[in-house]
Design a protein around this ligand. Structure first.
Ligand code: GTP
Length: 435
């Protein structure tokens, strides 16, 4: 912009020669209009002009959001220090004295365009990084060496329920369980003392306290940042869904797919725990083994699908008697079921087994070719023990199985019970000696 037409045309032709696209204005108002419309990369502004002078034009450019970032170079015959300083104070990036030397104008324009392009690149990069951090699904935390959170991105806010302001300044330890927190604080301290030995803390599963008091299961990856002060980048990855499907898989692995009661694997680990507990408490443990009577005949007569449906009914009837936390009913294989009653003596287990037998008979599931009953029945063996160190779970199974076979031999549809374990073996030996 210049009010002297000869200056304007000389500048314009020089700029065009250099390959720049130019717009010219011979007064301030027009220059502002063009600037707001085309957003030029640079403005060359004459200072002394009738009406709105260059300083005022620059002031208005700097006051308007759409033009305030456009670099302005003043051109003026007023080259006193105060004039030049006033130009810079208003926001000019350079000041060229008149009369203009075109080569100098060219060099100054080129320099300003390079600076602008460099700073634009930096701003763009910063903007891009900001956008990435803000839109990341992972939570990103910048943590100081004492565990204090310096920055948390919006995903953290989303995951943890705290606002960005509430998270900034809070210690990471407040969000973790005390043992894990101490481990992290030790790691931070170690790294702060010896930055050269810094290594990533890797990824580990942590339980983080949500603002509402609930627990969120997350993977936390911690990496040191090589900067002037020791800082750590923490990445939080929500694994709740992953955990849920893992739990569902684990549950599925414990359940018999046909009858939906516990399977053999679950029963085996359950009895192992109860056995240990009974050894400590000195309380009795009763194992019940059930086998459907003439089930092969049932299948042969009514078909395998009917046999499956029948096993489901039997399973439900059995499971309905495993009421306490320490009871467990399971399908042990084929048409054989087991029940564990912890803290239960032989007499009580016998009563429970009898109730199950009666319940299954009471279901009145027709078994046309059973020689035992018109209905489907079960034979049950019960074994009770007070586990000691020399006893084994296997021996309890053997005893219950034997009792069950005795029930079969003695006519089926009945319960037989036995005591087992070293104490009863000792009693038997004592009885023999006495005889
Ligand atoms: N429908 C069905 N049948 C099964 C399943 N698992 C095992 N069986 C059948 O159960 C039957 C068990 O028969 P056996 O062990 O000979 O004994 P039983 O016929 O019940 O006779 P006793 O035990 O002596 O009263 C076999 O025919 C198996 O095929 C199953 O999941 N579904």
């Amino acid at each position: 912009m210049d009010d002297a037409p000869e200056n304007l045309s000389a500048l314009r032709s020089m700029m065009v020669q250099q390959g720049y696209q130019t717009f010219v204005a011979n007064n301030g108002e027009r220059a502002l209009k063009i600037a707001r419309r085309v957003h030029p990369d640079l403005i060359l502004l004459d200072v002394i002009m009738p009406g709105m002078d260059g300083l005022e034009t620059c002031r208005q450019l700097k006051n308007h959001a759409s033009t305030q970032r456009i670099p302005v170079i003043f051109m003026s015959a007023k080259t006193d220090t105060e004039d030049v300083v006033a130009g810079f104070d208003i926001g000019a990036v350079d000041y060229i004295s008149k009369p203009l030397r075109m080569a100098e104008v060219c060099a100054r324009v080129r320099t300003q365009l390079q600076i602008r392009s460099r700073s634009e690149t930096q701003e763009e990069q910063a903007e891009r990084l900001r956008a990435i951090v803000n839109s990341m699904a992972e939570g990103l935390l910048i943590i100081e060496a004492d565990g204090r959170i310096q920055y948390a991105n919006p995903a953290c806010v989303n995951y943890l329920g705290y606002s960005e302001q509430e998270l900034a300044g809070r210690n990471i330890a407040e969000l973790l369980n005390p043992m894990v927190a101490q481990e992290y604080l030790d790691y931070f301290r170690r790294y702060a003392a010896e930055p050269e030995s810094a290594h990533s803390h890797g990824t580990r599963e942590v339980i983080i306290r949500h603002r509402n008091g609930s627990s969120v299961c997350m993977d936390l990856t911690l990496t040191p940042m090589v900067l002037r002060q020791p800082l750590f980048v923490g990445l939080l990855h929500d694994i709740t869904h992953h955990k849920q499907s893992e739990d569902a898989l684990q549950r599925a692995a414990m359940i018999d797919p046909l009858t939906k009661i516990a399977n053999r694997r679950h029963f085996d680990s359950f009895i192992e725990k109860e056995w240990q507990r009974a050894m400590r408490s000195g309380l009795p443990l009763s194992l019940v083994v059930l086998d459907v009577d003439h089930f092969k005949l049932y299948n042969d007569t009514l078909g395998h699908p009917a046999g499956d449906a029948c096993l489901q009914q039997v399973a439900q009837a059995i499971a309905a008697h495993a009421l306490r936390q320490t009871d467990l009913a399971a399908r042990y294989g084929g048409e054989e079921f087991v029940l564990l009653f912890a803290e239960t003596d032989g007499a009580t287990a016998l009563q429970l087994a009898e109730a199950i037998r009666a319940r299954i008979e009471g279901l009145q599931i027709p078994h046309p070719r059973s020689g035992t009953s018109p209905w489907l029945t079960v034979s049950i063996g019960v074994a009770t023990t007070y586990p000691r160190h020399l006893d084994s779970i296997e021996s309890l199974f053997v005893a219950a199985d034997r009792a069950m076979y005795a029930a079969k031999e003695q006519g089926r549809n009945q319960v037989q019970a036995t005591q087992c374990g070293s104490s009863s073996a000792m009693d038997a030996i004592k009885a023999l000696v006495m005889r």
